[in-house]
Design a protein around this ligand. Sequence first.
Ligand code: KG4
Ligand code: ZN
Length: 332
Amino acid sequence: MKVLGIETSCDDTGIAIYDEGEGIIANSLYSQTAMHNKYGGIVPELASRDHIRKLLPLMEQALKEAKCKLSDIHAIAYTRGPGLMGALMVGAAFAKGLGYANQLPCIGVHHMEAHLLAPLLEKPAPEFPFIALLVSGGHTLLVLVKQFGDYQILGESVDDAAGEAFDKVAKLLGLPYPGGPAIEKLAEGGDVSRFKFPRPMTDRSGLDFSFSGLKTSVLNIYEKFKNEENCKANIAAGFQIAVIETLLIKCERALKEVGIKSLVVAGGVSANQYLRKRFQKLDESVFYPRYEYCTDNAAMVAYAGFLRIKSGYVDKDFAIQVRARWELAETH
Ligand code: KG4
Ligand code: ZN
């Protein structure tokens, strides 16, 4: 079975093909970053319009890469939500149009479930049950994954997501979007001990996160020390380690509380090399997606769609339905 995956939830247009025997056989991606950068953040209407322009050429590219034709495809998976409404609509309409014209089943996929499952494409793959830390631009979630489709939220951010905190702090320091990679790079030349930022909500019990206060601390420090040599790099290093240690403390807590031996870390922030290094100190095994499957991509959507169709799920009709907001625990 071959599943074509479509990702358009935010500012990346992706088309990938998953083959049951061979795994991912095509993965095309177009990032709109350069276009949005001019505006200092994502402009939803521009994102939707650009997805329209890119989907068809990306699909042709993916089919070519996989050396197959549309008639070799058995099902179409697309991101139904959560994400930007217009952007999701473009992907869903494309999927349903393809499905209707070729009489193929369509599978609406939850974007965060796709992130969560991405490490299963690697070898060795994590085995159920595991704890998942999902850290993207829109979400920070700690999830108990008992098996495929059984997701219990243990903790989440009460305000900004971890990736969002990177993006906002980057903006404050005059760095481009997305902020994560820019901060990671700047932090390389910084002294992590120069500024000590808080590790929010780690001094009390529970598994929720809060990252919006960190932004204010950064702003205050920056205003006070901006003329000091290497100030920005020192802030980047101190801020980055504060986020990473906060995530680490909560993961340690979740693993101990639930008594589970493996952790999956996925979503855009899991691309961070400092995070991966720091998480080595855990006794439990930690699983990540490969670098290109950390940030948004269609490979994870194709794979999640494949697992869903195997479990008996397909959309009941060709109606175009998306969900800008959608709880992970309600997915199945
Ligand atoms: O998963 P993703 O591509 O999109 C969403 O679903 O939101 O995550 C994007 C987020 C952005 O906030 C970006 O700044 C962050 O992931 N990110 C990183 C890194 N690469 C991307 N954060 C920290 N370090 C990175 N290397
Ligand atoms: Zn994402």
